[in-house]
Design a protein around this ligand. Structure first.
Ligand code: KDG
Length: 322
C-alpha cells in the first residue's frame, strides 16, 4: 500500500520527575512528541508505512527527534532541518491535583512556529500520487500564518487528488482561543474526509457531544466526508459512518499514568485498521486498544503497542507474562 503522510510540528518535551512547580524544579527528562509525530509512530508500530512531514532545527534536539523517528521506522525524508530556527519545545508539568499535566510551550521561534516551513516537498508527494492518505490535526494551523497557509494547500491538494484526509481537531487553548478553532473547522471542513474530536472538544465547539448532532453541524459547514468519530476517554468512542452510529467501549486499563498522546495513538489504531479492511467496528476496537496502551505508560508515544500485541488482544489470547 501507499504510505500515510502525517504533517505537524515535532517538539522536544521536557518532563520532570516530581510535582513541584516548574520554577523550583531543577531536573528535567528529555522526551519528544507532537500530535502528528505520535500518530506516525503509532502507525509504524502497527506496520503501516508512514511518511512524516515537518521541520526541526539543525540542533541537538532536532537530531534527537530525527534519530528516534528513524528508530521507529518512520520515513523522515520530508522532515526539513534548518539552521535558521531552533527545534520547538514544550514542558510538561505534572501536578498531584490534576490527572493531565499543564504545558508550557517554547515554539514561536521554531521552523513551523515562526513560519519558516512551507511544506513544498509534502505537497509534491501528494500531487505526484506517492501517498495514499493524509493525516493531520488543528494544532498545525495554529502555529503561524504561513504554516496555516501551507497546511491549507496540502489538504486542498489531497482533496483534488482524491487522497483521503483524516483530521483531529486537537484543541490546545494555549495556542488559540476557542472561536479560532471553530473558524478553522468552518473553513477547512469541505476538504476533510474523516473528522476526529474529543467529547469535551465537541461540546465546546458545537454545544453537543452527540456524534450525529455534531455531524449535522459539520455538514452545514460543508463537510462531505465519510464519517466522524467522537473520543470519550474511559467512556469509549462513538462514530457515525454513512448515517450509521457505532459505539465502542474503552479497553480496560489498570492504572492511568499519562493521558497525553492517547488520542494520537487512538487515531493511529483507527487508521491502521480501517485502511486494512474498511471495517469500522474493528477499527474502533483497535483504536481503543492503542489508546489504553498509551494512557498506561508515561510519555506520548512510548507505550503504543505493536501489531502483534494488538492482534493478540483481538484474538483474546492470554499473554504469558512470567
Ligand atoms: O497530543 C499530544 C500533543 O499534545 C503533544 O505531543 C504536544 O503536539 C503537541 C502540542 O502541540 O500540544
Amino acid at each position: 500500500p501507499k504510505p500515510v503522510l502525517t504533517f505537524g510540528e515535532p517538539l522536544a518535551i521536557f518532563t520532570h520527575p516530581g510535582s513541584e512547580p516548574l520554577s523550583s524544579n531543577r531536573t528535567f527528562n528529555l522526551d519528544f512528541g507532537g500530535a502528528e509525530l505520535n500518530t506516525a509512530i503509532g502507525l509504524s508500530r502497527l506496520d503501516v508505512p508512514v511518511w512524516y512531514a515537518a521541520a526541526v532545527g539543525d540542533d541537538p534536539f532536532g537530531q534527537f527527534i530525527l534519530r528516534e523517528l528513524r528508530a521507529e521506522g518512520v520515513n523522515t525524508h520530508l522532515v526539513e532541518q534548518t539552521s535558521l530556527c531552533p527545534t520547538g519545545a514544550m514542558f510538561k508539568l505534572a501536578s498531584g491535583l490534576y490527572q493531565d499535566p499543564a504545558v508550557q510551550y517554547y515554539r514561536s521561534l521554531s521552523p513551523m512556529g515562526s513560519g519558516h516551513w512551507r511544506g513544498e516537498d509534502a505537497l509534491q508527494a501528494i500531487v505526484s500520487g506517492e501517498v495514499g492518505w493524509v493525516h493531520t490535526t488543528g494544532i498545525t494551523w495554529m502555529l503561524s500564518e504561513r504554516t496555516s497557509a501551507a497546511s491549507d494547500e496540502l489538504i486542498r491538494a489531497a482533496r483534488e487528488n482524491k487522497v483521503p484526509v483524516s483530521f483531529d481537531v486537537n484543541v490546545r487553548r494555549k495556542l488559540a482561543p476557542m472561536d479560532t478553532w471553530k473558524r478553522l473547522i468552518e473553513r477547512i471542513a469541505p476538504y476533510l474526509t474523516w473528522m476526529f474530536m474529543g467529547d469535551t472538544e465537541a461540546d465546546a465547539l458545537f454545544a453537543t457531544d452527540d456524534a450525529i448532532a455534531v455531524l449535522e453541524k459539520l455538514a452545514a459547514m460543508g463537510f462531505r466526508g465519510d464519517g466522524m468519530i467522537v473520543k470519550r476517554g474511559e467512556k469509549g468512542a462513538s462514530a457515525v459512518v454513512r448515517g450509521k452510529r457505532i459505539q465502542v467501549d474503552a479497553f480496560p486499563v489498570r492504572q492511568v499514568v499519562d493521558t497525553v498522546g492517547a488520542g494520537d495513538g487512538f487515531n493511529a489504531g483507527w487508521l491502521a485498521a480501517y485502511m486494512r479492511d474498511d471495517d469500522m467496528d474493528q477499527a474502533l476496537k483497535v483504536a481503543s486498544i492503542v489508546g489504553a496502551y498509551a494512557v498506561s505508560s508515561p510519555g506520548d508515544s512510548s507505550g503504543y503497542p505493536t501489531l502483534a500485541q494488538v492482534q493478540s488482544h483481538l484474538a483474546g489470547d492470554e499473554e504469558v507474562r512470567r
